[in-house]
Design a protein around this ligand. Structure first.
Ligand code: 5GP
Ligand code: MG
Ligand code: MG
Length: 186
C-alpha cells in the first residue's frame, strides 16, 4: 500500500486547523537538539524536567536522541484551562520529586507563548540551587513572549496562533496527533 499523505486540514471542536509541522520535520529538529545536548553535556548527567501534560511527547522523543547518560523527572502546571488564550495564572499541580541541588537541569516544554509558565518554572528551579539551568521548547511564539524568558534550545519559532497536536491539546483532545496543526484564520 502507498503511504497516505497526512490530511492538510482538520476540524477540532468545530474549528478549522491546517497542517503546520509534520512528524518528520519535528523529529529532524529534535535529532539536532539531541545532538547538541549530547555534545554540550558530555561527561555530565543532566536531568530533563518535563512539564506535563503537553511536553510528554517531545520529552520522550528528545530523550531518545540524547546519547549521553541523562535522567528524567516531571512537574505539572496549569495555566490555560481548556481555553485558547492564556489565563495569565500559573499554578503548580505536581511538584518535582528529584533533588535538583547541584544538578544540570534542562527544562523541557512543548510551547512558550506569553512566557509566564516558563518564568514560573525557572524561578521554582532556581530555588533548588541547580549547578546549571537551561531550557528547551519545541515551539516558541516570539511575538507573544512578553516576559522575554531565556530559551536555550528552540525547535521552531511560530506565529501567534493556536496550535494542536504532538502533545498539545484543545480542551484535552488532539494530543495524539503525530503532526502539529495551526488554527486556520480564514
Ligand atoms: P505561556 O505561559 O507561555 O503563555 O503558555 C504556556 C502553556 O500554555 C504551554 O505549555 C501550553 O500548555 C499552553 N499553550 C500556549 N500556547 C498554546 C497553543 O498554541 N496551543 C496549545 N494547545 N497550548 C498552548
Ligand atoms: Mg507546556
Ligand atoms: Mg493545554
Amino acid at each position: 500500500t502507498t503511504p497516505q499523505a497526512p490530511d492538510t486540514t482538520l476540524t477540532c471542536r468545530g474549528e478549522q486547523f491546517r497542517l503546520y509541522l509534520t512528524d518528520e520535520a519535528i523529529q529532524e529538529r529534535l535529532q539536532e537538539i539531541g545532538d547538541a545536548i549530547s555534545e554540550e553535556y558530555e561527561g555530565r548527567t543532566p536531568i530533563l524536567v518535563s512539564v506535563l501534560n503537553g511536553a510528554f511527547m517531545v520529552t520522550a522523543d528528545l530523550m531518545r536522541y540524547i546519547t549521553i547518560d541523562c535522567e528524567i523527572d516531571f512537574m505539572k502546571l496549569s495555566s490555560y484551562g481548556d481555553e485558547k488564550v492564556s489565563s495569565g495564572e500559573v499554578t503548580e499541580l505536581k511538584r518535582i520529586d528529584a533533588n535538583l541541588e547541584g544538578r544540570d537541569v534542562i527544562v523541557v516544554e512543548d510551547i512558550v507563548d506569553t512566557g509566564l509558565s516558563m518564568q514560573f518554572i525557572l524561578n521554582m528551579m532556581e530555588s533548588h540551587r541547580p549547578a546549571s539551568l537551561r531550557t528547551v521548547t519545541l515551539l516558541h511564539k516570539p511575538t507573544s513572549n512578553d516576559t522575554n524568558v531565556p530559551l536555550d534550545y528552540v525547535g521552531f519559532n511560530i506565529p501567534d496562533l493556536f496550535v494542536i497536536g504532538y502533545g498539545l491539546d484543545y480542551g484535552q483532545i488532539a494530543r495524539n496527533l503525530p503532526d502539529i496543526y495551526i488554527l486556520d484564520e480564514e
